[in-house]
Design a protein around this ligand. Structure first.
Ligand SMILES: O=C(CO)[C@H](O)[C@H](O)COP(=O)(O)O
Length: 253
């Protein structure tokens, strides 16, 4: 089965006190593909959310694909804990590496994530130009690029349409790349992102605050599918579909 769009609701907007229930429902009942887990350390961003212990607990309750977005300093310190906790995808920030306090290069982090056996994503904040991912070979080395469409830290912010030029540049250079966008995505902004070439959509408040969560997820999927080709990353597609199927099976027993 092919997949043109990956819809990843941000669990930051769910009820953390009922995380496992919310996670399984959003996949098995509402049709999401991934669970987007916002990991914030209170240093790289001002907010503090969850870490590997919560991922490990959640993994015991759901077989769904766990898309972990690490908004943390020293991302390399989290690779083994997240792998052991059951994360599928480990996305770290370019800006957290290659700096005086953390001189490890982003490419070294990519290699370590892959050696650990996870898919690897790299993210850039709004002020960071997309060029840093191009000639460095980073966009070609990772499984996914995450273009932030808000300043990371909080859900419920407004979508920054001016980030779409980054998505467009990446899509032109890398027709097969998974390009994730995160921040302010919903039915009102999805067409702009889909037209630019995004095919992995994080949506927090627009999904979890909706009366019809399934309808919002379907709207996002349809908009992306209108512009996207089938995702050619076979390993990620298989892991996604396996996670969905097993979540459906578990929910109906
Ligand atoms: O990474 C994030 C914040 O840093 C969140 O994933 C993002 O903001 C999603 O929330 P919303 O869809 O409500 O904007």
């Amino acid at each position: 089965m092919s997949l043109k769009a990956i819809i990843a609701p941000s669990m930051l907007s769910s009820d953390f006190a009922q995380l496992a229930k919310e996670a399984n429902e959003i996949v098995a009942v509402n049709g999401a593909d991934w669970l987007h887990m916002d990991v914030m350390d209170g240093h790289f961003v001002n907010n503090l959310t969850l870490g590997a212990p919560v991922i490990q607990c959640l993994r015991k309750h759901t077989p769904a694909f766990l898309d972990c977005h690490l908004m943390v300093e020293r991302p390399q310190d989290y690779i083994t804990p997240f792998k052991n906790a059951g994360a599928n995808l480990f996305t770290f920030h370019y800006e957290a590496t290659g700096i005086p306090g953390n001189p490890i290069t982003p490419m070294e982090v990519v290699q370590q994530v892959k050696q650990a056996g996870m898919f690897c994503g790299i993210s850039i904040r709004p002020p960071t130009p997309v060029d840093v991912l191009l000639d460095s070979g980073l966009a070609a080395a990772v499984d996914m690029v995450l273009i932030m469409t808000v300043n990371p830290g909080w859900g419920g912010q407004s979508f920054m349409g001016e980030m779409m030029s980054k998505v467009h540049t990446l899509r032109e250079r890398y027709p097969h790349l998974l390009i994730q966008v995160d921040g302010g995505l919903g039915p009102d902004t999805i067409d702009t992102a889909a037209r630019a070439g995004a095919n992995v959509i994080v949506a927090g408040s627009s999904v979890f605050k909706a009366a019809d969560r399934k309808g919002v997820i379907e709207t996002l999927r349809t908009a992306v599918a209108a512009h996207a080709a089938a995702i050619p990353h076979e390993a990620i597609v298989q892991a996604t579909l396996r996670g969905k199927e097993q979540t459906h099976v578990a929910a109906h027993h």
